[in-house]
Design a protein. Structure first.
Length: 257
């Protein structure tokens, strides 16, 4: 299990969700979700495919509107924000997409410069270069600055995707399936990086996954989503002491380190 994280401030909530509902037609995906993310905490949202994990983090990032419920992120009620306010909020809430979402026609350095040029155009080039150096060093890939994304391995692309999200210095990171499609050794490296980012950049994170090793290594707390609601919340050991059939099923098809 992940060691105790002393940096978490249990008195400060950076995301607070109450009574969240979201349906697509007759598909009732989220049916009364409550969640608190504390400052400095990593919460892993576990759930089988199609249970609504991505829908949840898209609602948090303001990419989807909920049908009912409150979604408070860094003091802002997300569903009520206009597009300019949402843009401002998204600078503080970094979304790490499953496939890194890099631009294939740009070098790694250009990919990292892009969000800065678009969102903070007043930053001088030398400052920008320094910021790029810092995030590349943080993900351990300084040597790739002039490479094209096509020259990188799957794990390296994920790392650069994380660096690109980090470059705007968000206080919250949303990781969408960070270890999907990677071999076990690369998964371990990404899990370690998520914990390193938490410490070094003092981020609070929601990590959605169905990878139990990722949950065990990166989650200060775990929340298990089933049929639109959290059926278990707590430390990895607390959650997996449960007799719930779904929890047992997870054990059956996951490799635990
Ligand atoms: N924009 C949309 N329009 C219609 N249905 C959607 C939309 N987005 C998601 N859904 C549906 O919501 C349900 C939950 O999808 P979601 O992507 O959140 O699942 P998930 O738990 O992240 O699964 P996976 O682990 O496979 O990524 C699915 O049935 C999906 O088809």
């Amino acid at each position: 299990m992940k060691p105790f994280t002393p940096e978490i401030d249990w008195n400060e909530t950076v995301i607070s969700i109450r009574g969240l509902y979201k349906s697509f037609g007759e598909n009732h995906v989220l049916r009364g979700v409550d969640l608190d993310l504390h400052k400095g905490e990593n919460i892993v949202v576990l759930g089988r495919s199609g249970t609504g994990k991505s829908v949840l983090i898209k609602i948090i990032a303001g990419l989807l509107k909920p049908d009912a419920g409150t979604v408070n992120v860094l003091g802002e009620e997300v569903p009520t924000l206009n597009s300019r306010e949402l843009r401002d909020l998204r600078l503080k809430v970094g979304f790490c997409f499953q496939h890194g979402a890099l631009y294939d026609s740009m070098t790694v350095g250009e990919n990292l410069a892009f969000p800065l040029i678009r969102n903070q155009p007043s930053i001088r080039k030398d400052q920008r270069d320094k910021m790029i150096d810092i995030v590349l060093d943080a993900v351990g890939l300084s040597q790739t600055i002039d490479q094209m994304p096509s020259e990188l391995s799957g794990g390296q692309r994920k790392r650069i995707g994380i660096a690109r999200t980090l470059i705007l210095r968000p206080s919250i990171m949303l990781y969408d399936e960070p270890t999907a499609g990677l071999d076990p050794i690369t998964c371990t490296e990404i899990n370690d990086l998520i914990n390193e980012v938490q410490k070094r950049f003092k981020t609070s994170s929601i990590i959605i996954t169905h990878d139990l090793t990722c949950a065990k290594v990166t989650g200060d707390n775990i929340a298990v989503l089933k049929e639109g609601q959290f059926i278990q919340k707590g430390s990895f050991d607390d959650v997996f002491r449960s007799n719930d059939d779904l929890i047992k099923e997870f054990y059956d098809y996951n490799f635990i380190q």
